[in-house]
Design a protein around this ligand. Structure first.
Ligand SMILES: [Zn+2]
Length: 122
């Protein structure tokens, strides 16, 4: 498959020589620039909003009203992670859960270290 058929037309000059890639979904640079522009627009929109009760401007990254993890929740994540590991797969746990497991020490800390080494962090 040619690059043109995968990514759309490639910009050329009058002699048919490539002048550079056009912005397309397949061009990683354009993806990075698009993501950066979207994040800047998001931040600008957040600055235009009145602050929330907690003081945050953007409700999306605000974690102020999220209740803390319960021991039971961490136990559930631990059991699920061990089950997935037993099946030969890598579980992806939220970083808060991994930190809670690590703080417990002992076997939970070993599990947290193992998951970190495997890359099982969301
Ligand atoms: Zn907040």
């Amino acid at each position: 498959m040619s690059p043109e058929s995968r990514c759309g037309p490639v910009a050329t000059n009058d002699e048919g020589q490539r002048t550079g890639q056009t912005a397309s979904p397949c061009n990683p640079r354009s993806k990075v620039e698009a993501t950066a522009a979207e994040l800047r627009a998001r931040r600008a929109a957040g600055c235009r909003l009145p602050p929330l009760d907690c003081g945050c401007r953007d409700p999306w990254p605000c974690r102020c009203t999220r209740p803390p993890l319960s021991e039971r929740t961490v136990d559930g994540y631990r059991a699920a992670a061990r089950h997935v590991l037993r099946d030969g797969n890598t579980p992806a746990l939220p970083i808060e859960v991994l930190r809670a497991l690590w703080r417990r020490g002992g076997a939970d800390r070993e599990l947290a270290d193992e998951l970190y080494e495997l890359g099982g962090v969301q």
